[in-house]
Design a protein around this ligand. Structure first.
Ligand code: NAD
Length: 266
């Protein structure tokens, strides 16, 4: 028996920015492997369709919902679709997130507002919409996909991204306490350097040598001497969402190969 037999799991950002395994796609497949019924949500229908194909190959039932989750109507759309298809929501994997680098001094307010809308408001709206359903069925779990940038500098000017992720971590801690009596557990997976399509997209204009050198440098900063993969994030998320973590709420699991705890160049 998988840990998510008879459970309904919603994954936001279940597509991927480009071909390959983004965190939302890999996490969807891990939940599928463990018996979940899935509600896959993304604003990109093609990326979503590809994840649905993979999930179905793993034997899971799923529906797809194309929606912008930073918008209340988009959130209502996927929650209604989940309830209509499966009658309940046991897990919210709040994976959607965007990032951009930029110095405070020339970061436009419109970019700041968008970052907070996608990284924080989406979590507020989704949690507000799913918690009543979780309460109705005796409990549930929310997993927020965060970043080590929420806790420390990662060597780049990341003021907007890092503060949005820090706000989401604290939102999760606050609602964990508020809804603990309802058996709704809320936690974050704090992601370190992982080699996902997002990184490939960020480096797409570099030549092969420069790209390999940057990838080598990222791995060298990690005490375990490799970047993580989307599967590392997926497995930590599934733990937090499962009954294995039934006494774990209002906290973070840092999945970074030891990076946040290391001295520079250790
Ligand atoms: N990839 C990394 O190196 C890394 C590192 C730290 C944290 N993270 C976090 O992991 C999460 C997933 O990152 P990833 O790189 O795997 O993602 P990704 O960019 O590959 O995929 C995210 C998906 O979210 C969708 N999306 C974006 N905005 C949306 C919106 N408003 N509504 C609906 N869908 C939307 C995109 O279409 C995409 O399919 C994010 O929260 C990110 O901040 C990633």
């Amino acid at each position: 028996m998988g840990r998510f037999e008879d459970k309904v799991v919603v994954v936001t950002g279940a597509g991927s920015i480009a071909d390959g395994w983004g965190n939302g796609r890999a996490t969807s497949v891990v939940y599928a492997d463990e018996g979940a019924k899935l509600v896959l949500v993304d604003r990109n229908p093609d990326a979503l369709a590809h994840t649905a194909e993979l999930v179905e190959k793993h034997g899971a039932k799923c529906i797809t919902v194309t929606a912008d989750v930073s918008d209340a109507d988009g959130v209502a759309h996927f929650v209604d679709a989940a309830i209509e298809a499966f009658g309940r929501i046991d897990v919210l994997q709040a994976n959607v997130g965007i990032g951009s680098i930029g110095s405070l001094l020339n970061y436009e307010q419109s970019k700041w507002d968008l970052m907070f809308r996608v990284n924080v408001t989406s979590l507020f709206l989704a949690a507000k919409a799913v918690v009543p359903h979780m309460k109705r069925t005796g409990g549930g779990a929310i997993v927020n996909v965060s970043s080590i940038a929420s806790m420390r500098s990662v060597g780049q000017p990341f003021a907007a991204y890092s503060s949005s992720k820090a706000a989401a971590n604290q939102l999760i801690r606050a609602i964990a306490v508020e809804f603990a009596p309802d058996n709704v557990r809320c936690n974050s997976v704090v992601v370190g350097y992982v080699d996902t399509p997002t990184v490939a997209v960020a480096y797409r204009n570099l030549d092969t040598e420069a790209r390999e050198s940057l990838q080598h440098d990222r791995a060298a900063l990690v005490p375990l001497r490799r970047q993580g993969t989307a599967w590392d994030i997926a497995r930590a998320s599934a733990y937090l969402a499962s009954d294995d973590a039934q006494f774990v709420t209002g906290t973070e699991i840092v999945v970074d190969g030891g990076m946040t705890n290391a001295a520079p160049h250790s």
